[in-house]
Design a protein around this ligand. Sequence first.
Ligand code: PHE
Length: 511
Amino acid sequence: MERDGWSSRRAFILAAVGSAIGLGNLIRFPYICAKFGGGAFLAAYLVAMVTAGFPIMLLEFGLGHKAKGAAPKALRRISPKLAWLGWAAVGVGFVIVVYYNVIMGWAFSYLLESPNIAQWAESAGTATNHFNNVTLGLTGNAFTFGGFQWRIAIGLLITWAAVVLSVWRGAKTVSKVVYATVAIPWIILLVFTVRALMLPGAADGLRFYLNPKWKELANPEVWLAAYTQAFFSLSIGFGVMIAYASFLPRRTDLTRSAVVICFLDTLTAFVGGLAVFGAAGFLAQHKGVPVKEVLNDMKGLGLAFKTYPIIIAKLPSPTLFCGLFFLMLLTLGIDSAFSLLEAAASAVRDKWNLSQTKANLAVAIPGFLLGLPLVAGCGLYWLDIVDHFMTFLGAALVCLAECLAVAVVFGVGRLRRYVNETSNSRLGVWWDIAVSFVAPAALVFLLVTEIGQRVNGSYEGYPRSAEFLGGWLILLLLPLAGIVLSLLRGKDEQEENGKSEEGDVFAEPVE
Ligand code: PHE
């Protein structure tokens, strides 16, 4: 069967950049960076990028390109015993898209509310009240279900519809859509950055953001944050990059593409930080408090839904800027969301030979339905728990398993030679060392530290039962689901032992 591909390498790079650049760059990165030592965190982040982010991205590119298939097929080609791991990776991505789209639903709800921003975002009190009580209908704890938020549910439905349409004919449609979904948020981001830097007090914010506190590097948590942020931000460990690379033609340049994608992703996070901290400095000056105090409310989602609206409400033409801000969030997020859908849908297509439409719906409909409980008043709590476990443990476990699968079973040298054959730029032996030792060591450290912390106390003090259901249980179910899916009969069993339509693509390359 002919596999539809990207219209050009540029389309592929844009799609991968679109997947990488998302809510993580704007909502997660600046906050973590300021919390963990500003410029010093930036240094830790760059180390994480070079020692694990880039090498694993290239590993995923190599696997997907070589197998011409999504994660389950790519890992099955290494060994039929590893197909479950590919499904588990796709599973982590699927769980992420379920709640990622709920956040998009919130942004949608805010977009509709932009005309009244001056009222609901007058102060920290009104903004928090609006987010918690009006938008989310937040209950007192994770087990009090609360009311169902119709507006978010509609936003969720629209998001899913847009996501499905964006991947309607797979890579062919995505090739067109990404020009808009990458360019629009970038242009708006530039507008916001310039605007924020011109605000009085911006310099204080920037000082807080970038002033390196080198002492922080001795804190293991900083490294934990740097590595998890790198994985989440580059969309690795979710099956996305494997699927995206599988749509490339035989001759391409995997290495150079990965360099460009890593660079653009980091640049966006950095610029996002300028916009966020310039504005934070302004708010601090306005309130007459130190920047540090403003920062407390900027944690994660609070930044987009509580702090930023207050700042926008104080600018001239708040409605316009509010609309632009949430449009930016939506366009930033949508290409990340549809990359996750495509990762899962292409895995389904590989396995059962379904049409694109059927495969998309087979993933999107359950994804939408599973997101509905998160639209209830207690949704935020569950979203927070699931997010933490998937990004800190799920993706890290997948990345570690992928490194080991390549290092121990497939052979790093063999994959590097393959990558070098397809690319003009040459990848050195350092990559073998990164994939076999450095990245796995960093991942083991990350996992041990995180698990140790969870043994000592539940995440954010949630009840252990909620942590179990939203965290550990899902984490346990994913590999089990992976095993079941890999055992089901599909097209892959007919292609006997690693032979594909084009012959044994995983045979030792001719040198
Ligand atoms: N990288 C995206 C972001 O930074 C999120 C994402 C994670 C997308 C995993 C795809 C896969 O927001």
